[in-house]
Design a protein around this ligand. Structure first.
Ligand code: AMP
Ligand code: GLY
Length: 417
């Protein structure tokens, strides 16, 4: 089969690396890809959101199957456009990708179908939103309704902080139209766990649980980022909790989307908080998480292409998706200054000498004249697998110590909490 992966970060490298092992694969492309991906797939210079160009490329190159990984092309309807051209794809259609693209949609869905989540109100009027937070008090959570690159959420510890968030989203339009509507919700407490599920619209198969680290610095301090590291599985996600999640959250969500005429096919990401009242949904994503995908797919034993096609064909119930018993840990090495301003173009050294059971997923790199150069905020996801989490963490950090580029920054406490 000829397969095209859309996207160009660490998550896409993990998907490409897993697909490259499939005996069914003839040819693999990635658009736009990155320096590391280029070693496993032919990279094509098409922007991930350029739907007409992507469809044209797929038609002209006899692509049999497309994997759309990032949220924005999904929300823009790339899977629908490919389907119209007769090309099957992994990922939800536009009317299902809304589960991530609109927080007010997802909150209303959960309320209507009794899926546990934080209590909330939705506002389109700034003064009403301000009055509401003054009445409710802090801590309280303010969220821009639309896609805001993971930066549209403020967990406000004081009313003043909540007011400032509302004013910047609704008054100053910091996220443009994404913040014209805000969701204000109760602040939940408890450990966070991510569970990504394969689903074909009717059946679902949860992947191993994982945990992201969103803040830039150790001890969860500093600004929010796209994710500074992740490990899988989470020791806090016990089989009992997994069963509760399946019965009260995962299956009800897949059934609710089908009942709404928006069957979700692809990877449905459940961001969960294990609260004192049981597991609750923090957020849904319509795609694989980044960097959770790097450790999670490192432990997948089944052919990823088979699993993805079963999601598209509605035959996921006929497939037994299996996982390695061990654990995996991914440490993100970022450019100095990320998530604010940073420099690009520094040479990276030490990539060839990593140990056994270590794989380096590239997030923001390019390959020029025999050298890998930094080319983004998150540069590498150094990922190790081992029999247990402690050893996976140790192996990953050992590998990180051998890799260097100017101003490299990484957290030293991934998986330590
Ligand atoms: P989201 O983009 O919705 O995942 O939110 C980003 C982060 O904000 C989450 O990973 C949580 O750490 C935090 N967060 C979001 N909603 C809540 C909530 N209702 N209570 C406490 N923390 C939250
Ligand atoms: N790592 C969080 C996300 O992909 O949204």
């Amino acid at each position: 089969m000829n397969v095209l992966v859309v996207g160009g970060g660490g998550r896409e490298h993990a998907i490409v690396h897993a697909l490259a092992k499939s005996p069914k694969l003839d040819k693999l492309w990635c658009a736009p890809g990155n320096g590391g991906i280029a070693a496993e797939a032919e990279c094509v210079e098409i922007k991930a959101t350029d739907i007409p160009a992507m469809v044209l490329f797929a038609k002209e190159h006899d692509v049999d199957y497309v994997v759309v990984a990032p949220d924005d092309p999904l929300a823009l309807g790339m899977v629908d456009a490919l389907a119209e051209a007769g090309i099957p794809a992994f990922g939800p259609r536009k009317n299902a990708a809304i589960i991530e693209a609109s927080k007010s949609f997802s909150k209303n869905l959960m309320k209507q179908y009794g899926i546990p989540t934080a209590k909330y109100e939705i506002f389109t009027d700034m003064n009403e939103a301000l009055a509401y937070v003054r009445e409710m008090g802090a801590p309280i959570v303010v969220k821009a309704d639309g896609l805001a690159l993971g930066k549209g959420v403020v967990v406000a510890q004081t009313v003043v902080e909540a007011e400032a968030a509302i004013c910047s989203m609704m008054g100053d339009k910091k996220f443009g139209e994404a913040g014209a509507r805000v969701v204000i919700e109760e602040c939940m407490t408890g450990p966070e766990v991510s569970v990504l599920c394969f689903t074909d619209g009717k059946h679902l198969s949860p992947m191993l649980s994982s945990q992201d680290h969103k803040r830039a610095y150790n001890n969860d301090e500093g600004p929010n980022t796209g994710g500074m590291g992740a490990f899988a599985p989470s020791p806090k996600y016990t089989p009992e909790i997994a069963q509760v999640c399946m019965d009260t959250i995962f299956r009800p969500t897949v059934e609710a989307m089908a009942a709404e005429g928006r069957p979700f096919q692809g990877c449905l990401y459940f961001g969960l908080m294990l609260t004192p009242d049981g597991p609750k949904v923090v957020e849904y994503n319509s795609r694989f998480g980044d960097p959770e995908t790097q450790p999670v797919l490192s432990l997948l034993k089944t052919d990823l292409l088979d699993v993805m096609m079963a999601c598209s064909n509605g035959t996921l119930d006929q497939l037994n998706v299996t996982w390695s018993d061990g654990a995996a840990c991914c440490i993100v090495m970022a450019s100095g200054g990320y998530p604010m301003d940073y420099q690009k173009g520094y040479p990276i050294s030490g990539l060839d000498s990593v140990g056994e059971d270590v794989f380096i997923y590239h997030a923001g790199t390019k390959f020029r004249e025999g050298t890998y150069l930094t080319n983004g905020g998150r540069v590498l996801g150094v990922t190790a697998t081992a029999d247990d989490l402690e050893s996976a963490i140790a192996k990953a950090y050992h590998a990180v110590e051998g890799i260097s580029f100017q101003d490299a920054h990484y957290r030293t406490d991934i998986g330590r909490k």
